[in-house]
Design a protein around this ligand. Structure first.
Ligand code: ZN
Length: 398
């Protein structure tokens, strides 16, 4: 079995003693020492990680004696001094203690992958993702197969996951017809998608922003009658492949329209991945001036490698819902070179490092990434998965 095929469960990860030997052998490696990583762990004061997927227990290679975080430990003592309090106030105040990850790999990820994926593989992917602890998994899209041939089997996917429990499975619906098809297929939640860029709206959904809002109003009205929650996406929130920079006020306007018509959550998408904290912060501020922060999600693509820094500032601003895609699947057909969503593995790794709970099992998630990448014949877009796989492979040679 190759390392790609072999599930990389926590039990397969090397123990600390093995890592210590590895580091001894490769003293010039730029990887931080395990003790340095532990020192940086749980920096957020008061975050004691006790669940099975918590930051102190997630990685076998970072496992440590049980009393490492006891009250006698160095970390406990230093976390009480003034300097650390100052650091906490400066960087971590306002960050959520729990983040809901919305896994969009089976929809946003796969719809932009060139290799056709059989329905059975999609169903297995969703089942496996649910077993990782992910509470929301966007399952498919009821758009015209002409637009997105990869997701033409949405109805069959919904049939295949009807007995999967423990997660919610929203689907994308572009109009009333798509909504009705989704409900008939068993969907309990849906999502609609507007753009903050006029040009992108016309090229992506073939209508103006105002026309799309009118269309979505009908979908939301129908959904309300059935008590079906609707999520609203806003795309191109910082940049558009045609228009360039998108004004923050325009994003806030579209987001507010979706919120006012009844969307329960607004996901702000940097569709082409051009945003940096310098553009993301003013955009989020504009939206947060109109919509409660607990109704806002962020959705970043990693084209310029800015996703995690953008997510970090969103967390600092109090946002607690993050969209991501296992193995960083996807891309954007309208932006040459645009890469997929930020990888879920990388998001979970960072959140674990911050002591923020997600209830997602990183070891299992990496195995799911391997599973889908094998089917797609591509490498994982997750740096965390790549790095942890290498460490495990290195350790197995000793
Ligand atoms: Zn996206």
């Amino acid at each position: 079995m190759s390392s790609l095929e072999e599930p990389l469960g926590l039990d397969n990860m090397p123990r600390l003693s093995v890592i210590g030997r590895l580091q001894h052998c490769t003293s010039t490696a730029c990887r931080p020492r395990v003790d340095e990583m532990e020192m940086s762990n749980c920096l957020i004061e008061g975050r004691e990680c006790s669940s099975s997927n918590s930051c102190t227990e997630e990685y076998g290679w970072r496992r440590k004696p049980r009393d490492m975080f006891s009250r006698d430990s160095l970390i406990w003592k230093t976390s009480r001094n003034d300097r650390n309090q100052m650091i906490f106030n400066k960087f971590f105040r306002g960050m959520p203690r729990y983040v809901k990850i919305v896994e969009v790999g089976p929809r946003d990820g796969l719809q932009n992958e060139k290799v056709s994926v059989p329905t059975a593989v999609k169903v297995e992917l969703i089942q496996k993702l649910a077993s990782c602890g992910l509470s929301v998994i966007e399952a498919s899209s009821f758009v015209s197969p002409k637009w997105v041939p990869q997701l033409a089997d949405a109805k069959d996917v919904m049939q295949g996951i009807k007995d999967v429990h423990g997660a919610r499975f929203p689907v994308l619906t572009p109009n009333l017809k798509g909504f009705e098809a989704a409900i008939a297929a068993g969907a309990k939640e849906v999502a609609i998608f507007a753009s903050a860029s006029e040009s992108f709206s016309k090229s992506n959904i073939n209508c103006s922003i105002e026309e799309s809002l009118t269309r979505y109003h009908k979908v939301v009205t129908a959904a309300k009658k059935l008590a079906v929650p609707v999520r609203g996406y806003v795309s191109c929130v910082v940049g558009c492949p045609v228009e360039g920079a998108v004004p923050a006020e325009k994003v806030a306007y579209v987001a507010k329209e979706l919120y006012d018509m009844g969307c329960c959550e607004i996901s702000l998408g940097d569709t082409i991945g051009v945003g940096t904290p310098g553009t993301v912060i003013p955009m989020l501020e504009a939206v947060m001036s109109l919509i409660p922060v607990d109704k806002i999600a962020v959705h970043f693509h990693d084209t310029y490698g800015q996703s995690l820094s953008n997510i970090l500032v969103a967390l600092q601003m109090g946002i607690s819902v993050i969209d991501s895609s296992v193995a960083g699947l996807g891309g954007c057909p309208y932006a040459k070179g645009a890469s997929g969503n930020v990888a879920t593995e990388d998001v979970v790794y960072m959140l674990n490092g911050l002591g923020i709970k997600t209830n997602v099992d990183l070891g299992k998630l990496m195995a799911v990434g391997d599973f889908i990448c094998t089917h797609l014949g591509r490498q994982s877009g997750s740096k965390t998965a790549t790095a942890l796989s290498k460490i495990t492979a290195d350790a197995s040679k000793i």
